[in-house]
Design a protein around this ligand. Structure first.
Ligand SMILES: Nc1nc2c(ncn2[C@@H]2O[C@H](COP(=O)(O)OP(=O)(O)OP(=O)(O)O)[C@@H](O)[C@H]2O)c(=O)[nH]1
Ligand SMILES: [Mg+2]
Length: 741
């Protein structure tokens, strides 16, 4: 292989993302060559990205107005290469962060500048560029390819590099290859390089197979360099010394050389003349599961003038990373809307998918049409335009098999189909397809806009019509009248209503055990049911509610939930309380566990009651029993009398138990069960009085609004713009459905 071609790398613009991913994933430049040449689809494969201490932190895409390739960047000397992004922009990304770039394919730019940068090191100032071979000779003058291939060290910590990538469909067409790290990389042009690249690919494909076998390697340093056999990475095992391989950069060297090594030099230098690519690695994982990692976030920026487009994909490895791009970003990350942002930083164990945000939209009605009957021997056949079909409805249905709102992380938008348009011969359009949003039992549906509770769906099979589809527009046949026998008007379909909805899953348990942290709630649940919650002598052992089934007899069972401990201020989000207080709303009966060994058990009890009340006044109205725990401890039994007296004064009969010894727990279970039965009976009576719950009330409200009379409107004057506004549901609907053309 000709040494002069060793610097040429094929990167198709469309595959920049993929290349970047592999660049970082594999820690071997050469992989880029092979993958992009193979024309793989772009994939945000970012596995093991953090292991590699280089990052591709931005792609700036600019339309190339210059056109022909004659003056393209690849022929430019290094010094005239575009300047790197200011360090300030990149330094905000913490170590371990990896950024990827995805180019917008539709408005693909004509050229792309890729910035590669090393992770911030202890010495962020770029060092004086140095670049020589290990023998002290300038690399460009060195004729011994074989030697260098093994020994040349590319760069210094803190250096950065650039690459200019031409557009695949750029006017200059032909050569899609580009020097990867600098303009000069592509000094040698033409078919020869492509042939070389192809060879490299073949060569590397072989090597890749070998590589797959090694799962994980620990190296202390990774040097990446070019050689006649393609790009190579040399790993230095911990302790391995390579001092004799120091390469010093000669700043006077201009890079224009017919020498075989010129390409290699170009690669090794950034526009500032910095050398690159000594990678300090703690641990490099070679993970070939490229499709697996989807954790990257995509942020897109499009400037108004359309000349600059910047699209950046973040690897979300590092929580501290910040936006480092400028741009007029209109797009935003939808996941953030879906509560994702909230969960950042929450330990995985606490991520229970019990809230979600979704968008629902009923289908628009189909348009009515203007048509006239035309038939032989039937002159003046009359209007025959059919009505549009009704838009699809949005239903919410309880699916007993679901137990979390996890599916709504992936699917956020629920749009019913639009009604078909009417047709001639008085044919009405088809109805739009309905959409059914399936939710687990215990889901509360709320409108995001007004934070209004819309629905509470408890039992499997319940189905509520949430958003009714828009009415189909009437065709001209419907407008026929004695005075207008040839109506040439038809209505447009009515727009389907839409709204953002907050879904919240509340635990469905009969009895909820509440109390301060470490009171012994989990212990109580563990002794009265078969549940095995974690019990430990520190606060907030329980992070997620635990459920247990307590059976008192053949068909007498109740579901008991052990909730995370409540702190003062829980209603404002202190401790874990806020996250889980809502679960206690779903319980019919509460069991307050009070830690008898605490300093002031009665104060503790009051504090928990107060938190419940502050969170939701409905909680305080629930029937409850009070359980004084840890009676086996002397300090608890000492305080019991005082506690009991205080509660008696309030008309409360507390129970004392020693959960750990199973003393008194049976009484507690019986008492809770009795209270529960009473409560259930009361709820049943309520339901009988009020009749079954009407679940379609949301849709009915919307329909009622739609029926608003046309003449119910308000007129007000906007002084600023000197306009008169007419506002009213009926008239707005009329305007929307009228075909003004
Ligand atoms: N001596 C004694 N210790 C008990 C009793 N009940 C619970 N404990 C101890 O109290 C500590 C806390 O118990 P947990 O059941 O984890 O308390 P919790 O209320 O669930 O605590 P969080 O989940 O952190 O809110 C554990 O070390 C238990 O062994 C009891 O009746 N007597
Ligand atoms: Mg617990």
């Amino acid at each position: 292989m000709d040494g002069s071609d060793r610097t040429r790398v094929q990167i198709f613009v469309r595959e920049v993302c993929l290349s970047a991913c592999h660049l970082i994933r594999s820690a071997r430049w050469r992989k880029i060559i092979s993958l992009s040449s193979n024309g793989h689809e772009m994939a945000p494969a970012v596995a093991a990205a953090a292991a590699f201490p280089f990052r591709l932190f931005s792609v700036e895409a600019r339309r190339n107005s210059k056109g022909p390739r004659g003056k393209r960047s690849s022929a430019r000397p290094l010094k005239s290469s575009p300047p790197p992004r200011p360090p300030s922009a990149s330094s905000s990304i913490g170590g371990g962060a990896t950024t990827f770039t995805r180019l917008p394919l539709r408005d693909a730019p004509a050229s792309v500048e890729v910035t590669l940068e090393r992770f911030p090191t202890a010495n962020p100032e770029p060092k004086a560029p140095t670049f020589t071979s290990r023998n002290g000779e300038r690399l460009g003058d060195d004729d011994d390819d074989e030697e260098e291939e093994d020994e040349v060290e590319f760069g210094l910590p803190g250096a950065s590099t650039f690459a200019r990538l031409p557009l695949r469909d750029s006017p200059d067409g032909g050569d899609r290859t580009i020097g990867q790290f600098d303009a000069r990389a592509a000094i040698q042009e033409g078919l020869r390089s492509r042939a070389v690249s192809r060879q490299m690919v073949e060569h590397l494909e072989e090597e890749e197979e070998e590589e797959e076998e090694e799962e994980k390697q620990v190296v202390s340093r990774l040097d990446i360099f070019e050689g006649t056999k393609g790009r190579e990475a040399r790993e230095f095992l911990p302790g391995e010394d390579d001092d004799d391989d120091v390469v010093v950069f000669d700043p006077d060297y201009d890079g224009y050389s017919d020498d075989e090594e010129s390409g290699a030099i170009a690669i090794e230098q950034s526009p500032q003349g910095d050398a690159i690519s000594v990678a300090e690695l703690e641990e490099v994982e070679y993970d070939d599961d490229e499709e697996e990692d989807d954790d990257a976030e995509v942020v897109m920026f499009h400037s108004d003038d359309g000349d600059d487009a910047e699209v950046v994909l973040f690897h979300s490895d590092n929580e501290e990373e910040e936006d480092v791009f400028e741009g007029n970003g209109d797009d935003y990350d939808e996941q953030e809307e879906n509560g994702e942002a909230k969960e950042k930083g929450v330990p995985a164990v606490m991520r229970c998918f019990d809230t979600a945000k979704i968008f629902a939209r009923a289908g628009d009605g189909g348009n009515g049409v203007v048509a006239f009957r035309r038939e032989k021997y039937v002159p003046y056949g009359g209007p025959s335009g059919g009505d549009g079909g009704r838009g699809g409805n949005v239903y919410v249905e309880v699916d007993g098999e679901m137990n979390s709102l996890l599916p709504f992380r992936k699917s956020v938008h629920f749009r019913a189909g639009r009604g078909g348009h009417g047709q001639g011969k008085q044919q009405a359009g088809a109805k739009g397809d309905d959409v059914v949003v399936k939710v687990p039992p215990g889901t509360v549906v709320r409108s995001s806009a007004g934070d209004v509770d819309l629905l509470e769906l408890m039992t499997p099979g319940q189905r509520a019509l949430l958003l009714p589809g828009g009415r189909g527009g009437r065709g001209n046949a419907a407008f026929k009248s004695g005075t207008n026998k040839v109506p040439k008007i038809a209505e447009k379909g009515e727009k389907g209503p839409e709204m953002w909805l907050d879904l919240e899953l509340k635990l469905v348990a009969d009895v909820g055990i509440v109390g301060a942290p470490n009171a012994g709630k989990s212990t109580l649940l563990s002794v009265i049911s078969a549940a095995k919650p974690t019990i430990a002598n520190y606060p907030f052992t329980t992070l997620l509610p635990n459920l247990g089934v307590v059976s008192l007899g053949f068909d007498a069972t109740m579901v008991v939930a052990d909730l995370p401990g409540l702190l003062e201020g829980a209603h404002r989000g202190y401790g874990l309380g806020h996250e889980f207080l809502r679960h206690s709303e779903r319980c019919s009966v509460l069991v307050h566990v009070v830690d008898g060994s605490g300093q002031q058990p009665e104060y503790e009890f009051e504090a928990v009651r107060l938190e419940l009340e502050l969170f939701s006044p409905s909680l305080i109205d629930k029937p409850y029993i009070v359980v004084y725990n840890k009676m086996d401890l002397p300090e608890a039994s000492e305080r019991w009398n005082k506690f009991q007296e205080k509660l008696h004064a309030q008309g409360i009969m507390p129970y004392c138990i020693s959960a750990i010894n199973r003393q008194g727990t049976h009484d507690v279970v019986n008492a809770a069960y009795k209270v529960l039965q009473k409560e259930k009976q009361r709820m049943k009576d309520d339901e009988e009085c009020n009749g079954p719950e009407n679940l379609n009330h949301v849709a009915e409200t919307i329909k009622r609004e739609r029926r608003a009379a046309m003449n119910e409107f308000e007129i007000f004057h906007d002084k600023g713009r000197n306009t008169w506004n007419v506002a009213g549901a009926g008239i707005e609907r009329f305007v929307q459905m009228t075909n003004w053309q």
